[in-house]
Write a protein that binds this ligand. Structure first.
Ligand code: DGL
Length: 282
């Protein structure tokens, strides 16, 4: 064990951060695969969506969240948010944290590695305006795969607000699902893989899958939860010095910058189990 990381042996949590409810789609899969650890979920619901905000603001908000989670005793923090992973992760890793005290991981790289390992060639990326404009997926895909890929991106600015407002099962959501998938298919009607590059989007999966099946034959729709969970398990296997710092109570606490009651009610629906939440303010 590294002497630098042994101060906290067995005491620390895994933090999971998102702008709002979307990271719950990642947390749920992580907890299914790694139920033994203690988790602290932070949703910055009061300031969501992030996807339409500037680089500076997304970075500032994400750094606040990382610092807060670290202060609560997180040894490992997952940015379960593509927008934060695209806009803030690298700067935070390089300038703002001491990796001997905390590690911060994102969701884009594992997703890219997964789709390439599964033979994707014509790839569609559906994400927030922030993630699309960062070009992070395109750059990561081209780093991982040297042979020619056909990559198309569509920004879906209305999907996160619909989900944060609890309107993802409404008829209004149908309109925006059709609109953005139609834009993507107009760019490439040979798509074999669509990456849902925002952790909120699995909440629209039934509508998205139905629309994709009508328009494309044999196109996979990729959600990130299982991919990130598998990648985290692999990471902890490769970093026993971090795994051994983590506590094994099997608990999960939920924190929101919005109303705790609102978060509890909405999150309980997404997670299909009752939860309690606490409120903090930045
Ligand atoms: N779940 C976040 C993501 O993956 C949503 C971003 C937002 O708040 O717009 O990108």
């Amino acid at each position: 064990m590294s002497p630098k990381s042994s101060n906290f042996a067995g005491e620390m949590k895994i933090g999971v951060f998102d702008s709002g409810y979307g990271g719950l789609t990642i947390l749920e899969k992580i907890r299914q695969r790694l139920p033994e650890y203690d988790y602290l979920y932070l949703g910055d619901n009061a300031r969501a969506p992030y996807g339409t905000r500037s680089f500076e603001v997304i970075y500032e908000y994400t750094l606040q969240a990382v610092e807060w989670l670290q202060a609560q005793g997180c040894r490992l923090i997952i940015l379960a948010c593509n927008t934060a992973s695209a806009k803030a992760l690298r700067t935070i890793q390089q300038h703002d944290i001491d990796p001997n005290k905390v590690r911060v991981l994102g969701v884009i790289r594992p997703t890219v590695e997964y789709v390439i390992a599964n033979g994707a060639k014509h790839i569609g990326i559906m994400a927030t305006p922030g993630t699309v404009s960062s070009n992070s997926y395109v750059m990561e895909l081209e780093k991982v795969e040297s042979s020619a890929l056909v990559i198309s991106q569509v920004a879906c600015p209305m999907w996160v607000p619909l989900i944060e407002a609890g309107e993802h099962n409404s008829d209004g959501a149908d309109y925006f699902v059709k609109k953005y998938i139609s834009e993507l298919v107009q760019k490439d009607d040979q798509l074999d893989t669509i990456i849902l590059g925002c952790t909120h989007y699995p909440l629209l999966l039934p509508k998205i899958s139905a629309e994709v099946a009508q328009r494309l034959s044999d196109c996979k729709v990729v959600c990130q939860g299982d991919i990130v969970a598998a990648s985290l398990k692999d990471y902890l296997g490769r970093h026993p010095e971090i795994a051994s710092d983590l506590s094994h109570g099997g608990t999960c606490q939920y924190i929101t910058t919005e109303s705790a009651a609102k978060f509890r009610d909405s999150a309980s629906i997404f997670l299909s189990e009752p939860i309690t939440a606490s409120h903090i303010e930045f």
